[in-house]
Write a protein that binds this ligand. Structure first.
Ligand code: ADP
Length: 571
């Protein structure tokens, strides 16, 4: 057993699973891991990397394709939108004249000088400080003028003078009239009366919303001023257009040479703008609505089938990787199983060596003891002397059987075992073996029940091998009978087969060992201390397979076992 223990010495730190495997086999597993598993994993990893790079460049290409498609369609929409600002792509529109944004204007126009007739009344009102005279002059103007702009300016003067004269309610009425009748006329500073007069009349309800809805075309400073006056804390989306105008003035450089009629695209800050040179030399443009653009992108992404190809590639690569990993793991498991089996076989083999040595020593010691006694005591009684000879004969036969067994086994292992199959009747051969062993069995106290017919259908068999198989079974029946002393031998023919059975009522075989006892060197745990080589049943099965038959066992632990040899009847 020393050898066996040496073979299974453990390496400190080796994984638990590997500790049961001898170093040489462990080396095989490390080698497999180092030369196959690691390189394949590295290859898989490299594959993954290059796949990832490929996927990225594909994604880039698709993105470029998508960007081109989005740009083309957006440009088309922008071309239509430049003629019709109601197009859904439009967020705001703009117009640039020699690098100044004129629409939406950022600054109010420079106040215009008053028309001469208004100028006279204004001189009375403002320079001379005579509101009563000025009021009369404005009223005369109002009565004689039918031009909207003048009428509105006259009304504004009237309202202002009435206020200066302390006639507040008349002044408010006049402002109200001005706001109602001339909402789109502008004062000299370019501010719509719809706003200025309404504020002076105190009618500001809803005015913020009206301004925010774009009702009047205002410059940035006007819009900001009015909205701040009306509600300083309320934000208005209307002011957004002026942000665009400011960004355009700060950072927009149109393409160097603009072909009239062609639509150009550019990015100002985070805004996407499209523009065109008009016949007048001005640049007209729109800012595209980001939600319109992203809806367009979603639609084109779907149409271009952007995601599908990469998803398929991922699936394909993933599946191939799984297959490779599965094959590798299967290889690992198979190798581990093989190596463990080899390790187990080595252990059994070393046990076999010590078992056989022990088996050899026992008969040799008995024969030497009896031989020496016979030599030293010549005066032994005849009966005793005979007994001694019988024992020596029996032990030498046992020795011979064991040696035969080992020799036959090594022939089987080398593939040299040869059987001389002759057609004949098993009955007399089996009866002969039973007779040969009857004395021995009787001597050991066994009652042998024989159910052996005189003749049976012919089978093809090798008498020596058959005898070896039968003796092995008988030997085991004796060894594993425990306290029982009953053995049955049966021979019968049925269904084209001849069956020979050896039944004992001994210790039986644990269920899990029942198949394995036919393996070479295998000895079940019920074997404790019985000695043996673990070759007997292996040889039985081998012999039976060579005869075209088979060996079987039925057993109940604690109740006994029945071994069966089944031969096909010779045709
Ligand atoms: P061995 O020479 O050690 O008996 P065998 O191959 O003949 O080897 O038997 C293998 C094992 O099968 C035995 O060690 C024993 O555990 C079990 N075995 C064989 N015959 C019997 C039996 N009749 N009853 C119980 N166990 C048996």
């Amino acid at each position: 057993m020393t050898f066996a223990r040496g073979a299974h010495a453990t390496l400190p730190g080796a994984p638990l699973m590997l500790r049961r495997i001898p170093p040489a086999n462990r080396r095989a597993i490390w080698l497999y891991t180092a030369t196959i598993v690691v390189p394949v994993c590295v290859l898989l990893w490299l594959g993954l990397q290059s796949f990832e790079r490929q996927r990225q460049s594909l994604a880039r290409l698709t993105q470029e394709r998508l960007a081109l498609a989005v740009d083309a369609e957006a440009r088309q929409a922008a071309a239509a939108a430049l003629d019709d600002h109601a197009h859904p792509i439009v967020r705001t529109s703009f117009r640039i004249d020699r690098s100044l944004v004129i629409e939406p204007a950022l600054r109010s126009p420079i106040p215009a000088p008053p028309p001469p007739e208004i100028a006279e009344a204004q001189r009375l009102e403002l320079a001379m400080g005579k509101p009563d005279l000025a009021l009369r002059a404005y009223r005369t103007l109002l009565a004689h003028h039918s031009q909207e702009a003048q009428e509105a300016l006259a009304l504004q003067g009237i309202a202002r003078c009435l206020a200066k004269l302390g006639q507040d309610s008349e002044a408010r009425e006049t402002w109200r009239q001005l706001a109602r009748d001339f909402p789109d006329s502008r004062d000299l500073a370019g501010r719509p009366f719809g706003i200025v007069a309404a504020i002076n009349a105190g009618d500001i309800a809803g005015l913020f919303d009206r301004i925010s809805s774009g009702r009047w075309d205002l410059s940035a400073d006007q819009a900001e001023h009015f909205l701040k006056t009306l509600d300083p804390n309320r934000p208005s989306p209307y002011l957004e257009r002026f942000h665009l105008a400011r960004e355009l003035e700060d950072g927009f450089v149109p393409a160097a040479s603009l072909h009239p009629g062609e639509v150009y695209a550019s990015t100002v800050g985070a805004r996407r703008v499209f523009y065109r040179r008009e016949a007048s030399g001005q640049i007209a443009g729109i800012e595209a609505d980001p939600s319109w653009l992203s809806a367009l992108e979603t639609r084109l992404t779907r149409d271009l089938d952007v995601h599908d190809t990469s998803r398929q590639a991922v699936l394909f690569y993933g599946a191939s990787m799984l297959v490779v990993l599965f094959v590798l793991s299967a290889g690992m498991v198979l190798l581990y199983r093989d190596v463990s089996r080899e390790a187990r076989l080595n252990q059994l083999r070393s046990e076999f060596v010590s078992g056989v040595t022990h088996e050899l020593k026992t008969p040799i010691s008995i024969m030497r003891l009896y031989g020496e006694t016979l030599l030293r005591q010549p005066a032994l009684a005849e009966a005793e002397r005979r007994d001694f000879y019988r024992v020596i004969g029996r032990e030498s036969a046992r020795l011979g059987r064991l040696v035969d067994q080992v020799l036959t086994f090594s022939r089987v292992e080398r593939g040299d075992a040869q059987y001389d199959l002759q057609r004949g009747d098993l009955a007399p051969v089996v009866a002969g073996i039973a007779d040969d062993y009857a004395d021995w069995l009787e001597h050991l106290g066994f009652r042998v029940q024989r159910e052996l017919p005189d003749s049976l259908p012919a089978v093809r068999f090798d008498a020596a091998a058959l005898s070896q198989a039968v003796v092995n079974l008988l030997d085991n029946a004796v060894k594993f009978s425990g306290a029982s002393r009953n053995i049955a031998l049966r021979l019968a023919a049925a269904d084209g087969r001849v069956t020979f059975e050896v039944e004992d009522a001994g210790v039986g075989i644990p269920t899990k060992d029942r198949e394995r006892i036919f393996e070479r060197f295998y000895r079940a745990p019920n074997d404790s201390g019985k000695g043996g080589s673990g070759l007997g049943l292996f040889m039985v099965r081998h012999i039976m397979e060579a005869h075209g038959g088979r060996a079987e066992v039925d057993s109940q632990p604690g109740q006994g076992s029945c071994f069966r040899l089944i031969f096909p009847v010779a045709g």
